[in-house]
Ligand binder design. Structure first.
Ligand code: SF4
Length: 290
């Protein structure tokens, strides 16, 4: 298998075969994100991807496959179909293929395009939302408005593909913390995704947001401020049925809840931590990672 640079995948794809179909992120402008700044964006040739798949066959049966890098759904439809067909050819037993996407990638695909991808086992799309605060979405250069994010999420669900979204605790800074949490609860309600993954902001040197921080223009909420945002997002959102997790390594407090079923119990557990304000309840700083 050939991987170019660091590879990122959602925590829930830990057991998946990772196929790198793109190098870097086509958007690569989010002010907080340093994941792909060192990579020039490229779509890998199908022959290379097929070589990787052929080689991976020796690893044994594969149930799930994840397509990296950053916003790999930007791959033009016909090329993406070839990649999915190749995955199905080499791993006919695979039950689900996942991919990262941003709203712009999704909105460039029609509903029929997405259904065609679903028929080739694209079963889950991970879309970065980060916040529902309209002004903040612009400031962090997310490349999509609130309405575009909701439209993109709705198209994924209409196509019969699972929708998993990420939100970013702390991205509003101390000053924008409350508005960020409340508007993110609003967009989560409007999106009504199958899964939510909450991550906590970690400033990455070399990013525009880190520069703002160094100039004293951005202040990161303390760990309990981040957990308060998590509480607001859970308390003020409503879902049909959603698995809400903050088990990413960046978080101080890992939670996992099926909402709305577990809402009261998870809020009570978060309140215990917020009331105690004791760092022994939190993941130690040295264990946090992106
Ligand atoms: S957050 Fe996602 S879309 Fe934004 S630059 Fe990073 S990988 Fe690309």
């Amino acid at each position: 298998m050939k991987y170019i640079g660091a590879i990122y995948r959602p925590p829930s794809e830990a057991g998946s075969l990772i196929i790198q179909a793109t190098v870097g992120c086509h958007h690569n402008k989010c002010t907080f994100c340093g994941s792909y700044r060192q990579k020039a964006f490229a779509i890998r040739p199908i022959e290379e991807i097929r070589d990787d798949l052929r080689e991976a066959q020796y690893m044994g049966p594969v149930d799930r496959v994840f397509i990296a890098d950053g916003d790999a759904l930007c791959i033009p439809q016909q090329r993406l179909i070839l990649i999915l067909e190749s995955i199905n050819e080499f791993f006919p037993s695979a039950t689900r293929i996942g991919i990262y996407a941003n709203a712009a990638n999704i909105l460039r695909k029609s509903l029929d395009d997405l259904k065609k991808l679903r028929d080739l086992k694209l079963g889950i799309i991970y879309m970065g939302v980060e916040t529902g605060d309209r002004g903040l979405l612009q400031r962090i250069c997310k490349g999509a408005t609130y309405e575009e994010l909701v439209e993109a999420g709705s198209r994924v669900k209409q196509a019969g593909i699972l929708l998993s979204v990420t939100v970013l605790l702390g991205i509003g800074g101390v000053e924008g913390s409350e508005a960020h949490a409340k508007h993110t609860a609003d967009i989560l309600t409007d999106l009504d995704p199958d899964y939510v993954g909450a991550l906590s902001l970690m400033l990455v040197p070399g990013t525009p947001l880190h520069d703002e921080y160094e100039k004293g223009l951005f202040h990161v909420p303390d760990p309990f401020g981040l957990i308060r945002e998590l509480r607001t997002m859970i308390a003020e959102s409503s879902f049909s049925r959603c698995v809400f997790r903050s088990n990413h390594a960046s978080n101080y407090l890992p939670v996992k809840a099926t909402l709305p079923r577990d809402k009261d119990s998870i809020l009570a557990a978060i309140d215990t931590v917020l009331n105690a304000r004791d760092k022994k309840h939190l993941r130690p700083e040295f264990l946090r990672a992106l």
